[in-house]
Design a protein around this ligand. Structure first.
Ligand SMILES: CCC[C@@H]1OCC(CO)=C1C(=O)O
Length: 220
């Protein structure tokens, strides 16, 4: 026990709490917990991407990060919760990407193309994106409410293509919503074929083929 002023229930000296209470950032303990949670999520993504949901156990995740199962359960109460978190982290990447691209001041049509170009790189390089895509395919085997796939991309591209049409960038005869659905379907199918045949090593070239064909078809 400390001899300093009255300690808090967990024996942390009150003044220490006061120091931390005034801090803007997290405490060292909170920092450590956040880092551990991130390590667990990354390990789960690596295993889900490589082996799929059914052939991954919480034990596998714990062993990968050299923690006990209990320590993993402290952060994620089930394997299903890990799957939901991975898919949520996948979708959380796109608003940040959109903000970065919008900061470039591109036209609406070029913003749509740049978003999908960057998404292709993310599917090639980001294990959370790769794991999220595989989990979405395995939805029927995951007893949890995963975020709906494809919807957000379709809404975003519909808005961007409507703006592009208003700006005279795409043909008047094009239905922005239909074109958005075609782009999402084209991208989804392209990245899946690239994954199956080449583990996404050729995704950039495959996406450029699809992109050039579809964007040329709608461009004014
Ligand atoms: C950008 C096209 C849609 C995208 O492609 C793979 C995948 C994974 O489920 C997607 C999604 O859920 O939005």
């Amino acid at each position: 026990m400390t001899n300093s002023p009255a300690a808090t229930p967990d024996s942390t000296p009150l003044f220490a709490v006061k120091q931390f209470a005034g801090r803007r950032g997290p405490t060292p303990q909170q920092d450590r917990a956040a880092r551990t949670k991130s390590q667990v999520l990354t390990a789960a993504a690596e295993l889900f991407a490589a082996n799929g949901f059914r052939h991954t156990s919480v034990k596998d995740v714990a062993e990968r990060v050299e923690m006990t199962k209990g320590a993993v359960y402290f952060h994620y109460p089930s394997k299903e919760a890990l799957a939901v978190a991975v898919v949520e982290h996948l979708y959380a990447k796109w608003p940040t990407l959109l903000a970065d691209i919008r900061a470039r001041g591109l036209t609406a049509l070029d913003t749509a193309a740049a978003m999908l170009d960057q998404a292709a790189l993310a599917f090639r390089d980001d294990i959370v994106v790769q794991a999220g895509a595989r989990l979405q395919l395995e939805r029927p085997h995951i007893e949890a409410e995963l975020p709906p796939p494809y919807v957000d991309w379709t809404l975003l591209l519909t808005d961007l293509l409507a703006d592009a049409q208003r700006d005279g960038q795409i043909k008047e005869c094009v239905d922005p919503a239909a074109a958005a659905r075609a782009l999402v379907a084209g991208f989804f199918g392209m990245q899946h074929i690239s994954d199956v045949l080449e583990h996404r090593a050729d995704i950039v070239n495959r996406w450029q083929e699809v992109r050039d064909l579809l964007f040329d078809a709608i461009r004014a």
